[in-house]
Design a protein around this ligand. Structure first.
Ligand code: HEC
Length: 403
């Protein structure tokens, strides 16, 4: 087994762990938001103990009674559960995965010479710079007077996200740009836990231990950060899975597609936040769904054809011509025994050195060679627009009509 094969196994295990940790983090976060919003007035005897909210649940064959204290318990119990390792583990494994896939394989995944050609080391520096400078700007904004107004801060966040997305697409390949915006958001979210939420909880526990008064500012700061994290959950999960959907990251205005999907998904999250506090406003969900539909329609619009400088073959391309193009541009990766330096097994098992497979995959070949144009992968084999046009003609005249 070659080293590239081992690299894939390592990537699988890191990614697997990352997804599990992410589920634990966002799951716990969803659960606590739900919990907070479903607390009800407790009976008097509980109020006398200092409990302000009461909740009953049945799950997995048992009853659970949850109580939230106004101030804190008389004494800090021996075992007190914190929820921080879910966040830290998600972030650490995410950075590891970013390093393993996008930085070790920068030539394959991060750098697109058509966007900006640079050595791998520079791409890695720019990637890390993007994430940590972004985090720094966000942290500054949270400590500035901007944070006093929720509306102003929301506007700032949208502008900040737009600018970062645009910048990322000026530097990296489409998927590299998306994953870096995802990494920036994930870093901000984990940073909120690390720099703010956990420290203010520590102060809270200390105050209860010392029987001191609680400073309401600790809660307010932490609250702002958790509200941000809450609204960022749907956008970040989209970014995590976006790499499967080249129609998004390969779009000529990919940064705008990203921002639009992020805003609409945060809006959809708003519906659930309202519902948890007893406000049922279907209009939010309906406009959200409509927004997604509009984005899908916009993104699927046929893009203007590139200026073809040489006259294109007008006759219907022969199958042999297509086969030769596949051999020339695809089979170094998509073959039984690829000759590519990075892809040592046929990506997704698709082998384009055999005619039946070419026919089988024709719609996807058309999609990725003619529509999204992200195959050949980062145009490693230098396919020209004329050659893409041949595939387009073949698909229109041969494949579609013979179906
Ligand atoms: C440098 C390697 C490389 C070359 C060259 C390459 N591909 Fe790919 N291809 C990949 C990788 C990696 C994936 C899987 C990742 C992904 O889906 O983006 C893939 C996935 C695909 C898929 C399946 C994804 C789907 O849409 O369901 C198709 C179809 C495809 N390639 C077609 C082609 C065609 C046609 C060519 C030649 C014009 C080509 N590829 C050249 C690396 C390559």
């Amino acid at each position: 087994m070659g080293t590239a094969m081992w690299a894939d196994w390592v990537a699988l295990f890191i990614r697997w762990f990352h997804v599990i940790a992410g589920i634990a983090w966002i799951g716990a976060s969803f659960y606590f938001i739900w919990l907070d919003n479903n607390l009800r007035q407790p009976p008097q005897w509980k109020k006398d103990k200092g409990i302000k909210g009461d909740l009953w649940a049945v799950h997995g064959g048992g009853f659970y009674e949850v109580a939230k204290y106004e101030y804190g318990p008389e004494q800090i119990p021996k075992t007190l559960h914190w929820f921080k390792w879910e966040a830290y583990a998600t972030w650490l494994s995410g950075m590891l995965l970013l390093g393993w896939v996008y930085y070790m394989g920068a030539e394959a995944y991060l750098i697109d010479p058509a966007v900006m050609s640079m050595p791998a080391s520079q791409a890695v520096m720019m990637g890390l710079g993007f994430i940590f400078v972004g985090l720094f700007i966000y942290e500054l904004a949270c400590r500035s007077p901007l944070a006093k107004s929720a509306t102003l801060f929301a506007i700032f966040l949208v502008l900040f996200l737009s600018l970062s997305s645009w910048l990322a697409t000026q530097w990296f390949s489409g998927r590299g740009a998306y994953i870096h915006v995802g990494a920036l958001i994930g870093t901000i979210m984990a940073g909120n836990v690390f720099f703010n939420i956990i420290p203010s909880q520590k102060k809270l526990v200390q105050a209860v231990t010392d029987k001191q008064a609680i400073n309401p500012e600790w809660g307010a700061g932490a609250k702002l950060r958790s509200v941000h994290n809450n609204y960022l959950t749907l956008p970040i999960i989209f970014l995590m899975i976006s790499n499967h959907y080249p129609m998004t990251y390969q779009h000529p205005q990919s940064w705008l597609v990203l921002v639009a999907i992020a805003i609409v998904s945060a809006w959809i999250r708003h519906f659930f936040n309202l519902r948890h506090i007893g406000i049922f406003r279907p209009s939010v969900l309906v406009t959200g769904a409509l927004g997604m539909l509009l984005i899908a329609i916009w993104v699927s619009q046929p893009q203007t054809k590139p200026q073809v400088t040489q006259p294109v073959e007008v006759s219907i391309p022969e199958n042999e011509t297509v086969m030769a193009l596949m051999q020339q541009h695809c089979a170094n990766c998509h073959a039984d025994a690829p000759t590519d330096d990075i892809f040592v097994v046929a990506p997704l098992g698709i082998k384009l050195d055999s005619w039946p497979q070419i026919v089988q995959w024709a719609p996807r070949i058309h999609q990725r060679v003619v529509v999204t144009k992200d195959m050949p992968f980062l145009n490693k084999t230098g396919m020209t627009d004329q050659e893409r046009e041949i595939i387009a003609q073949w698909y229109e005249h041969e494949v579609k009509l013979n179906k």
